[in-house]
Design a protein around this ligand. Structure first.
Ligand code: C2O
Ligand code: CU
Ligand code: CU
Length: 465
């Protein structure tokens, strides 16, 4: 177990002009000054960002033992916490994360779903932060980015094992929509869900077949606990869920048989709550559920069976979590409308076709130096993504959230904003992708992270128009 102090190294610098320290933090004492969550004001121009309040966090990735299910396995965690701490900021604010790698191998951070630059100190997945290395992440949250996101490692070929060992945390961006009265009346609860397997009291290592199927566990952990019950004081809860599993989709339903009220998908509000019997939350997906609760009412959230085309270990806890009404008033009414972001304008170009199959996109395996899709800044493009394989593949694009137009497989309309969508075998999804805001290179991939690590990933480059 590696708990000792890491060798001190200078911060890595992705975009530092030569001869200047830039925003480097070189001493522990300087890091200590960055109290988590503290807001400060940055002088205009100093970091090349506008004057804005700064939210500062310190994240340390390190091995740590933590009890679960009667065992005390060795995890890899952010700040020794399962899940990692919630990073929280408002639209317009600057998020600054002093990151230290105390793992025995390289890693980095990815901010899943956030519309921020794909390079420099922001969502730069090409960084390689070595053991003992440190890096100062820094980015400004654009207007319209309010929503629920999450962070996890994205060092190519090491993602699956690092996530499986516990590295993941939620990131929430606040915006004007959070004050929408019919929504703000609900209490908020952010829950990160993930599956685990602890044979012999330790996290099971990846086996040969896990790379093919995607690794699944037989228990689902909710905010680091098994089957927690959350008290709800206010007559209803906005339950904001992240599926941080490597490969397991969560087929969510209410245990009392009543429909789920879906208010947001991948952190973006729908025009009105959508009532569904069950909701399939793919790996990396997020969903906001509205659950009104009367006094002493209890609502269990359960996982129904789901076949993603490969044999999977059966879940031992069908019951994921419970909600218990402890308010004094009646249950809250569901809002009849929500302040949803508008759909993008119509596409300008011939569609881009992407065929997904095991470890390949369009028959090609990921190569870092190859650009698979090149677009001009400002273009809105139609992407036709098809699953030509025999198992589900959840498709994800960095930096640019897309608008799902429809599917050949689902009778009900599925339209809406998202950044991760599940594709059944034979399914074709049409997505509108507005390449706005930032130029640069990043990736799209299958979010069964074992598949991505093995090459089921491609590169998109957006260039100046
Ligand atoms: Cu959540 Cu490229 O990943
Ligand atoms: Cu991502
Ligand atoms: Cu896949």
């Amino acid at each position: 177990m590696n708990t000792g102090a890491p060798p001190k190294r200078p911060l890595l610098d992705a975009d530092r002009p030569s001869g200047r320290c830039g925003p480097c933090v070189s001493r522990r004492t300087a890091l200590g000054a960055l109290a988590a969550g503290a807001a400060a004001l940055v002088a205009p121009g100093r970091w090349g960002l506008r004057a804005a309040p700064v939210r500062s966090y310190e994240l340390v990735a390190e091995p740590a033992r933590r009890s679960l299910l009667g065992a005390r396995p060795q995890w890899w965690l952010y700040n020794r916490s399962l899940p990692g701490p919630v990073i929280e900021a408002r639209e317009g604010e600057v998020v600054r994360i002093a990151f230290t790698n105390r793992l025995p191998e390289p890693t980095n951070l990815h901010f899943h779903g956030l519309h921020i630059p794909p390079q420099g100190r922001a969502d730069n997945i090409y960084l390689d932060i070595p053991p003992g290395g440190r890096f100062l992440y820094e980015f400004q949250l654009p207007p319209g980015s309010a929503g629920l996101y999450w962070y996890h490692p994205h060092r190519h070929r090491l993602v699956a094992r690092q996530m499986w060992r516990g590295l993941a945390g939620a990131l929430v961006v606040r915006g004007p929509e959070d004050a929408f009265p019919a929504l703000a009346a609900f209490e908020e609860r952010i829950v990160l869900l993930r599956d685990v397997a602890l044979p012999e009291g330790e996290l099971s290592p990846h086996g040969v077949r896990d790379w093919h199927k995607g690794k699944e566990g037989d228990w689902v952990v909710a905010n680091g606990g098994i089957e927690p019950v959350f008290p709800v004081a206010r007559g209803g809860v906005r339950l904001r869920l992240v599926n941080a599993s490597n490969a397991r989709p969560l087929h969510l339903a209410r245990g009392d048989g009543r429909p789920l009220a879906v208010a947001a998908v991948d952190g973006r509000l729908l025009p009105r709550p959508r009532m569904v019997a069950s909701y399939l939350l793919p790996p990396a997906g997020r969903v906001d559920l509205l659950v009104p609760l009367g006094r002493e009412e209890e609502v269990p959230l359960v996982a129904l069976r789901y076949n993603r085309g490969v044999p999977a270990p059966r879940l031992r806890n069908r019951f994921l979590l419970g909600l218990r009404g402890e308010g004094s008033g009646p249950p809250l009414p569901l809002p009849d409308r929500l302040p949803a972001p508008p759909p993008p304008p119509a596409p300008e170009r011939a569609p881009e076709r992407l065929a997904l199959s095991m470890f390949f996109i369009n028959g090609r395996s990921y190569r870092r130096e190859r650009v698979d899709v090149r677009r001009r800044l400002g273009e809105v493009q139609l992407w036709r993504v098809e699953n030509v394989g025999s198992m589900d593949h959840p498709f994800h694009l960095h930096t640019w959230p897309f608008y799902v137009l429809g599917s050949n497989r689902r009778p009900a309309p599925v339209a809406g904003w998202a950044d991760t969508v599940n594709l059944r075998p034979g399914e074709v999804l049409e997505l509108l992708v507005p390449f706005v805001g930032y130029t640069g290179r990043t990736v799209f991939h299958c979010h069964v992270v074992e598949h991505a690590d093995r090459g089921m990933m491609g590169t998109v480059e957006v260039v100046e128009g």
